[in-house]
Design a protein around this ligand. Sequence first.
Ligand code: IPM
Ligand code: MG
Length: 344
Amino acid sequence: MKKTIVALAGDGIGPEIMQAGLRVLEAVQSSLSFEYEVVEKAFGGAGIDAKGHPLPPDTLEACQRADAVLLAAIGSPQYDSAPVRPEEGLLALRKELGLYANIRPVTIFPALKHLSPLKEERIADVDFVVVRELTGGIYFGQHELQEDVARDVNEYQAFEIERILRQAFELARTRKKKVTSIDKQNVLATSKLWRKVADRIAQDYPDVVLEHQLVDSAAMVMITHPARFDVLVTENLFGDILSDEASVLSGTLGVMPSASHGTGASLYEPIHGSAPDIAGQGIANPVSMILSVAMMLRESFGESAVAQKIEDAVAASFAAGILTRDLGGNASTLEAVDAIIKHL
Ligand code: IPM
Ligand code: MG
């Protein structure tokens, strides 16, 4: 049976980079062990425009029936003061699909090392993964805004902490067998529970080393000794902040993919936003979308070899000097995709 891949192009540069990702998917089609169909759906600002909601019901249904979901980018300044924002569609989609485990790998492309804001020797061996809890915590607690007082509730249940910790430990088993759990247990009750649960789960993984680190000091180590990390696991808000910090180590936001796993179909998306300032100009960097396609092939469809081929083609095309403007080159989106396909 054909696999169904739902494509949510979204806003800004979303449609351009989605097209790039789907072209690369087509280019490897004959190497795949399955056939697929792509179903395109409106989402984010595009959902608001077409159907009056950032997550229209038919988009949600398609995602629930899908084998995997690709998302490009959402958000646009035109909705900044709108009653419903595109971002609410993303949070609703994560919740509806139960996507509790957000995986954000941080790798450095040798050809891009000079773009890092850190000295080359500091980033030489950087290769870690941020595992972010994605459907709990302060993002989904009660939010209340009054004239002179505001409140956001941060709540975690033990089972939510347990399942994300298990994801991190399982991932660590395929890597260097080290998990750094990040919290703020010197202040927060949620973090005290987090640490307790982490220690308990660690007993099921005696082959993996667990270390705890406070979030403020983790933010520092990420700059001073980023190569020390392997698998980082943390709650929703800390993960949001630390993964943005991590993403700049590589010198650009434009090359980082992510996966979100839950109980149903997984979702794959670049970690960057919709870059409205350059939308429609044909100059957006398509690499994070293309690497998200590779992640999808590996993690949802077991096509590790093909995923690796795509990742190698990206590295080769960087090494050949085909760089979009954000990377200091002058290649267009189309030229960048053509070069990657050529290296395939
Ligand atoms: C991310 C983004 C989202 C988040 C926004 C767009 C709601 O920053 O995926 O990291 O905060 O989770
Ligand atoms: Mg973020």
